[in-house]
Design a protein around this ligand. Structure first.
Ligand SMILES: [Zn+2]
Length: 418
């Protein structure tokens, strides 16, 4: 598939962009289509890098608007986990398909997922044409006797995920230190190291988690996880709200990435903001995520950018903290090599967006400020992944079917209907 986009606006200059075999091969004012290219006249739309959602549970579109306004553990134990026990593989497929459509519509082309039935996640990712790091959830409820089961799930998933194409990156997703035993965590660390796999885990989301860890293990969560071998350059730590300066220094030294999820943290009222400035000062690689839609309740990375920067400014009592361009760089996955953010240059993956500059939100003022503070994902007109046009004029193939599937499945899983 070859694609040429003409008359796009890149930093005020009219450019064309040509894609071949999933890569950008030419970018500049002189670009012309070759015979057989799919050609798009961009009509002055803004050419821009896409977003990377660093932490989510995509199929939770099935649980949007279910168990809202509750504390984290009550929400998980009384609502989400019982409903998830009823999940069928097809539910996960359709939940992920709908999430992928929502992400394509708001400019996200790559996400780090952690969920059940990971082969269905991968199948939905490929069918949608988006990219994802697919982490099967691994849990043994702190019961080492369930370790065999966890290991079987992990090995089966790794093997199945390896059979997918380049849009899918196989990984492991131990849920958290309060749901996975130390024995299993150590095995996961070793397995990931041997196979050079990406790891994603929730860490230090609540103060309660930190206190329990200190009481049970005599050390703080990052320290505990590090001693089990899980904190390394291929590790994404979700949340990190309660990390202290010593833990941030350790995470920076190990080259791990912390993905902050400001909407979910505020919605679940976890009690403080991610220590963003301290993390940057320590040299921690930082990313941005929406978390699952059941705790957000959407997958719009531009909305998340605004929440990130506003929460950090507010907490620091300093409007200069997390300026627009910096927050956008984080949302594009460019502050951590692990998140796979891409830029607009020949040789890079052909993943990019065309934004509509004639929307009220984007029409005047500094463009980074417009994106970070004024716009939502609805300013995205066209989304391209690996040189394939997944959305044009805000239309994504299969949207109505995915909505209908999720509506009926959500009703069965949650008992809620309208
Ligand atoms: Zn999460």
């Amino acid at each position: 598939v070859t694609l040429t986009i003409l008359d796009a606006d890149l930093d005020g200059a009219a450019v064309g962009i040509r894609c071949e075999q999933g890569l950008i091969v030419e970018l500049g004012p002189e670009v012309a289509p070759a015979a057989g290219d799919e050609v798009i006249e961009a009509g002055g739309m803004l050419l821009c890098p896409p977003f990377v959602n660093g932490h989510t549970h995509a199929a939770m579109t099935l649980f949007r608007g279910f168990g809202d306004d509750l504390p984290l553990m009550e929400w998980l134990e009384d609502h989400i986990w019982p409903a998830e026990a009823k999940l069928l593989p097809d539910d996960v497929y359709w939940g992920t398909r709908l999430a992928a459509i929502e992400m394509i519509r708001s400019g996200t082309t790559r996400f780090v997922d952690m969920y059940w039935h990971s082969t269905e996640v991968a199948r939905a990712v490929e069918d949608a044409g988006i990219r994802a790091v697919v982490c099967p959830v691994l849990i043994d409820n702190l019961d080492p006797s369930r370790g065999d089961e966890l290991r079987a799930v992990a090995l089966e998933a790794i093997e199945a995920l390896a059979g997918f194409g380049p849009l899918v990156t196989a990984a492991l997703g131990p849920h958290a230190i309060y749901t996975v035993s130390g024995e299993s965590l150590a095995w996961i660390a070793e397995t990931a190291a041997n196979r050079e796999l990406f790891l994603s885990i929730h860490l230090s989301e609540t103060e309660h988690e930190v206190n329990d860890c200190v009481r049970m293990h005599g050390k703080r969560p990052a320290q505990y996880l590090d001693e089990l071998g899980l904190v390394g350059p291929r590790t994404v730590l979700g949340h990190g709200v309660w990390l202290d300066p010593g833990e941030l220094a350790l995470i920076a030294e190990r080259g791990a990435t912390v993905v902050t999820n400001p909407a979910a943290n505020m919605k679940l009222a976890v009690g403080r903001a991610f220590p963003y400035q301290e993390a940057l000062a320590a040299g921690v690689r930082v990313g941005l995520g929406t978390d699952g839609v059941s705790s957000n309740n959407n997958l719009d990375m531009l909305e998340e950018v605004k929440l990130l920067t506003l929460l950090q400014k507010h907490t620091a009592r300093d409007p200069a903290v997390a300026p627009a361009s910096e927050a956008l760089e984080i949302a594009r996955g460019l502050r951590s090599p692990l998140l796979g953010g891409t830029t607009l240059e020949p040789g890079e993956p052909a993943d990019f967006l065309l934004l509509d500059p004639r929307t009220p939100e984007l029409s005047v003022g500094d463009i980074d400020a417009a994106l970070a503070y004024a716009a939502s994902g609805s300013v995205v007109d066209t989304t391209v992944v690996a040189g394939r046009v997944l959305m044009r004029g805000r239309a994504v193939a299969g949207e109505q079917e995915a909505i209908a599937e999720v509506v009926s499945r959500a009703e069965r899983l949650t008992g809620l209907s309208r």
